[in-house]
Design a protein around this ligand. Sequence first.
Ligand SMILES: [Zn+2]
Length: 251
Amino acid sequence: MLIDSHLHLVQYNDQQITQIISNPNIAGVIAVSTDFQSLLRLEQLQQQFPKIHICAGFHPEQPLPTQVEKAQLFNWIAKNHAKLTAIGEVGLPHYLKRENPNLDYQAYIDLLEEFMLISKRFDLPLNLHIVYDDTQIALDLLTKHQIQKAHFHWFKASDEMLQKVLATNYLVSITSDILVNPKTQRVAELFPLERIMIETDGPWQHDGFDICDIEGQLNAVIGKIAEIKKTSIQQVIFQTDLNAQQLYLLK
Ligand SMILES: [Zn+2]
């Protein structure tokens, strides 16, 4: 059985969502939200499909939320945290900063810190969008607040940063870009299988894949991890599935 540990389910149309969720080989999906509206849509979908595990967050690669939207989101979390599997997608806007070096980064760091505090308050794992040098900022905040459960999705960083995350107990996840991207292959080389999960970040368009073919993408990731780790496909499926179940307390 396969678990997609990071998916933007509401960015698919209804027919595609049904197709993805009705695949019996997909045991569950960790469905992240990007803003308050997408969270409300996930809440609806979850009532229909129990194998959707929902996360509340605000995607960092966009303008900051208004005060009203931020209040709606945090109030919803405080009231409905029992429906949540995690806080996510949250993190820092690495790619936005590349385009706009004058971006007010501190405001994004402050927002991330607030998400960390609420994740801790309700004992929810963090599904993080953190890459490259932002890793240091995130690790400092995670340490400051003694956060136990965090997941760096589609993680890429320098070896120095990879080593710093390795020295923690946090998990990482890998998309099918492992087939072509040496930086992602490096993550699979360095992290023990007990710290790795698989994901699609769908509907991200990965070369050579249908955006709805979650099973095909996850199997490709598994095959490549097995090759890098010199272990069996069965072992990779078993361990990555177990890792997701344990971090996200899936039933
Ligand atoms: Zn994402």
